[in-house]
Design a protein around this ligand. Structure first.
Ligand SMILES: C[S@@+](CC[C@H](N)C(=O)[O-])C[C@H]1O[C@@H](n2cnc3c(N)ncnc32)[C@H](O)[C@@H]1O
Length: 303
């Protein structure tokens, strides 16, 4: 079990401080204050310093915390900033367009950086083995793929990538990130993740990489209901049938319901069996003062 955090050398992202149910972060040139239910402790810096640094603060709206509207609210401007800007993640060659959304998100989850590193490294290794055997590029499927950082990491590693999300606008955003990053060839699908996985099983298709970062609740484009605790095991069992038996990888990331890394590992082990190397851990952001903020858990399988 490991604790992972983005590299300190990442110039375009920093968790400056955290506490009192909020975090103070810098994305490229802009600093923002966002709600953070897990920051139960006291912040290190006084409120006056937070406000002196921040360009904007996200204020939760009436529905905040309620199912389906968990993260809704509005941004209060504090200093002049652009509504859209880009950041880079040089270790994987990513350029990502960010923007202030009405759901407290800005278009990237920085704590995922070590998953991107794993994806690019393992895709590359798998691609090399396949090339030596005269086989084509590895196929990587990214489910719940959002604005596509993990899809771009797989693309960078030399995969034929399929990026799936149920929301058309975020798929368009991911395509923009692909173009900004100077990549191409990703296949875009707007669909319900479980429906797609079931169909892939029926078709007998195999994938060399599968990436999943499912939310607690969600909807497919035709109103299909996604509920993590009810649907995750079935989805993983489908993925177990889709993942190639060797020279392949799985990344499962979980950030809701308070699920632990051990829970994620047990789920993957029961669905995928004992072949291959499994690693699990917590992804954290560490602020300037050393306070670690745990944001998700991961399990990665390499066969
Ligand atoms: C928080 S994001 C995952 C973050 C992403 N993996 C990353 O690190 O950039 C969860 C995504 O799941 C999508 N989603 C929700 N329900 C879905 C469903 N039933 N099928 C496919 N995607 C769904 C949402 O649109 C959202 O983009």
């Amino acid at each position: 079990m490991t604790i992972e955090q983005p590299p300190q050398s990442w110039q375009d992202y920093e968790l400056i401080d955290s506490g009192n149910f909020r975090k103070l972060e810098r994305f490229g040139p802009y600093v923002m204050i966002r709600p953070e239910p897990k920051a139960l402790w006291d912040p290190t810096l006084p409120e006056s310093e937070w406000r002196a640094m921040a360009h904007t603060e996200f204020k939760p709206g009436a529905g905040f915390g309620k199912a389906g509207k968990e993260d809704s609210g509005t941004w209060t401007p504090l200093r002049k900033m652009q509504e859209q800007w880009t950041i880079a993640y040089p270790p994987v060659g990513l350029r990502l367009r960010l923007g202030l959304t009405s759901f407290k998100h800005v278009g990237v989850f920085p704590e995922q950086a070590t998953n991107w590193d794993f994806i690019v490294r393992n895709t590359r290794e798998i691609a090399e083995v396949r090339a030596k055997a005269g086989e084509g590029a590895p196929k990587v499927l990214n489910l719940f793929a959002y604005t596509g950082a993990a899809s771009l990491a797989a693309c960078k590693g030399g995969a034929d990538v399929t990026h799936l999300d149920s929301v058309k606008q975020v798929v368009t955003w991911a395509r923009e990130n692909m173009e900004l990053s100077g990549m191409d060839g990703i296949r875009w699908i707007v669909e319900d993740a479980l429906k797609f996985a079931r169909r892939e099983v029926r078709r007998g298709n195999k994938w060399q990489g599968i990436i999943l970062d499912p939310p607690a609740y969600g909807h497919g484009p035709d109103g299909e209901r996604w509920k993590l605790d009810e649907c995750l095991n079935e989805l993983l069992k489908c993925c177990a049938r889709l993942l190639a038996p060797e020279n392949s990888f799985l990344v499962l990331n979980l950030y809701s319901n308070g699920y632990s890394a051990v829970l994620a590992e047990t789920l993957v082990r029961t669905a995928f069996g004992t072949d291959g190397r499994l690693e699990c851990g917590e992804s954290v952001l560490r602020d300037r003062y050393g306070k670690a903020l745990p944001l998700s858990v991961f399990t990665r399988l390499r066969r």
